[in-house]
Ligand binder design. Sequence first.
Ligand code: ZN
Length: 332
Amino acid sequence: VKNGRIMTEGYHQQYGEYHAERNALMKCEYDLTGADMYVTLEPCCHQGKTPPCTDIIIERGIGRVFIGTLDPNPLIAGKGVQVLKEHGLKVETGILERECQELNEIFFQYISTGIPYVAMKYAMTLDGKIATFTGDSKWVTGDVARHHVHEMRKKYSAIMVGIGTVLVDDPMLNCRIEQDVDPLRIVCDSHLRIPLNSQLVRTAKTIPTMVAYATGDEDKLEALREAGVQLVQINDNGRVNFKELMIELGKRKIDSVLIEGGGTFHGTVLKSGLVKRIYCYIAPKLIGGKEAKSPVEGDGFSLMKEALEITETEILKLGEDICVTGKVVQPE
Ligand code: ZN
């Protein structure tokens, strides 16, 4: 910004490419001497896949830099600010800090913990069922809501279901939007029960697919490998431990996971304390039935005061359906 006018804008478009600062400054031909710069994240000062952003900010003669949040990596935080100050720029930090962090909640969590950001998604009727008592679940919500789910999947590096969902629904778990990269599909399958003729296994050569298991026989493992499935063994007393699995995925550069399982899997996953956000799609339908499945099963809590709370809720209207999303309040 110079003399009250926005001179240029930019954002980090893709991993490995120029950061926002460089994108904004490179496309502006005007003299930016003494201009103010507003950035959501502290400019980097190290050579990564691209040159340091502080270099170009200094070269262009920017006078003041207003920063939303410092670099989430504690080893780097403040270093960009320091470099700018050493070159005589005025720097202010913490401008709309919380809002800036929220713009990028996945990145902040992954960079600072190495554990993927976990969100949970499910669709239910107005009476809180995810399927009828016969198990029929196609479809709970309408076209607009389902399209919204496909759009949302793109934001996550991986989509995960429990083996129960594969056995009952035989899902594809792709984005169904052309020209998009499909997220990695992960099945949590302790005893390697996934059928070789399931849609996930049959399409594993074209859409990346992983099965996390605890125990399984060598022939089945070989057949899955042959079909193009990536295999990860996490054996915690014969079960896949969700937290250990997340740590392993983090090491494999998976920064975010969207859970789309059934009630049993959701019950287990919520107990891990790793779920950060819920997306609950609600269709204005009533199906009833005490045997009809609900979105979170397991044992549940005995008292209302123990309930997991969701905060900062937002409501989206999607055709006749609605989506309620919010952050899971993390225990102290
Ligand atoms: Zn940078």
